[in-house]
Design a binder for this molecule. Structure first.
Ligand code: SF4
Ligand code: SF4
Length: 418
């Protein structure tokens, strides 16, 4: 049985925070609004006080706990490796256990647990797209025509496809003898909003002769439910995925979404022994492609006469787990790309799951800094490795009236492959 840790099981980790403040300068929430309740040590102190019965779950407490992007930037800098994002997530589950889920959290849990409902909503949204949304100039996204709960009217949204990615392909695509078999965990972003990223992934894997399995019954990884404090939904989704993915024999489970990669590769193995092999079996697509020698193959291609200046944004869910080299290796090797590193490429984009729903104003402030760095790099494109980051980056660029486009590295890779 998949089981998330309860807040009281984090006592030891909480005690390891020495309140040194080394994490402060790296916290995007604190950077946007300089308030101690936003920074890691403040949240850890609150979680500690809650366990000791010294604070109540009153409004201020709930607000402070909601103001965390679960980005893990504090953990990456912390000398004692205190897992603040896990402590905050556990505190949100405790809040949900005692006070019930928020309206939005209930909605998230209901939709994510019901694949049929998610399919139906996406298909309806895709078909009604022109009624619900207006297109932004240069095809840089959509905006709602009418006010809607939890979505700001000035937010740039991606298109929703009327035909999800997984409905477009068979479950099994045979590759060449002697090449590995990979299971493609698409995640919801690629399945419903960025299907072209999935197509690009298939092109790259097929180019290498890899056998591909795209399980029809795969569910959401559960990361949005982690952010919402919906613990039972996370556990249920993990079990569903374990059962569905376990029907197929594969060498690796490959993702092209940083959040899915963290969900399957980091959170699932902590849910129980049955997930233990996910630690090594789950691979980010660019880690896999580099291991397969694709960077060398791309480097051998002649450089294109017309090249685009491209920079890279590190998704927190990869950066904080040390996956920074491989996406850049592939990007730099592309014949049509002139790579330029932007300042603070590892700064969070500001999405943070439910954070940008509850705190869109500060999410925009965090995104504005990122949009400035993108503009200062001189790049015309910002590539990344996460559908959620693409959505937030394009939104931030549009708010800054920039002309750059945000896209997945796989979009560029597909252009370069025959
Ligand atoms: S997880 Fe991110 S937003 Fe939350 S306290 Fe740590 S650095 Fe700040
Ligand atoms: S979370 Fe880590 S870096 Fe931040 S105050 Fe505590 S010990 Fe220091």
């Amino acid at each position: 049985m998949a089981k998330l840790k309860k807040l009281e099981e984090f006592r030891e980790e909480i005690d390891q925070c020495v309140k040194c403040g080394a994490c402060r300068a790296h916290c995007p929430a604190f950077g946007a609004v300089k308030h101690e309740g936003r920074v890691a040590r403040g949240k850890i102190a609150l979680a500690d006080a809650l366990l000791d019965g010294e604070v109540e779950m009153e409004d201020r407490f709930l607000l402070d706990m909601s103001q965390c992007l679960l980005c893990g930037s504090c953990y990456a800098q912390c000398p004692n490796k205190v897992p603040t994002e896990e402590i905050v997530a556990a505190t949100r589950r405790e809040i949900a256990a005692q006070k019930g889920l928020s309206t939005f959290g209930k909605g998230v849990a209901t939709v994510l647990k019901n694949q049929g409902l998610m399919d139906l909503l996406a298909k309806s949204g895709g078909r009604l797209s022109s009624l619900l949304f207006k297109k932004l100039p240069d095809n840089s996204g959509l905006r709602l025509r009418f006010p809607a709960p939890f979505i700001s009217a000035d937010r740039t949204l991606p298109n929703i496809t009327a035909k999800p990615f997984r409905d477009r392909h068979p479950e099994f695509i045979k590759g060449e003898a002697g090449q590995p078999t990979v299971l493609f965990f698409t995640g919801c972003g690629i399945n419903y909003m960025y299907p072209q990223v999935g197509e690009a992934m298939l092109k790259a894997l097929t180019f290498l002769g890899v056998t591909i399995i795209i399980p029809k019954g795969q569910a959401c990884c559960g990361l949005p439910a982690v952010s919402a404090g919906a613990g039972e939904a996370v556990e249920g989704l993990a079990e569903q995925n374990l059962a569905e993915l376990g029907k197929h024999c594969c060498d690796y489970i490959v993702t092209a979404c940083a959040s899915c990669n963290a969900g399957l590769g980091k959170i699932y193995p902590e849910l129980g022994e049955e997930f233990a092999d996910y630690r090594t079996k789950v691979k980010d697509i660019f880690v896999f492609l580099v291991e397969m020698g694709l960077a060398e193959k791309l480097n051998a291609l002649p450089k294109a006469a017309q090249r685009k200046k491209v920079t890279y944004h590190d998704p927190c869910h990869l950066r904080t787990r040390g996956i920074t080299k491989e996406p850049r290796q592939i990007l730099k090797a592309l014949p049509q790309v002139d790579y330029v590193e932007m300042e603070s490429a590892g700064n969070c984009c500001g999405l943070g799951g439910t954070y940008s729903v509850y705190h869109y104003d500060t999410a925009k402030q965090i995104g504005a800094k990122k949009a400035n760095f993108i503009a200062a790099s001189g790049a015309e494109l910002v590539a990344t490795d996460c559908p959620g980051c693409i959505m937030q980056l394009q939104d931030s660029i549009n708010h800054a009236a920039g002309e750059q486009r945000a896209l997945h590295i796989l979009d560029l890779l597909a252009e370069a492959l025959p």
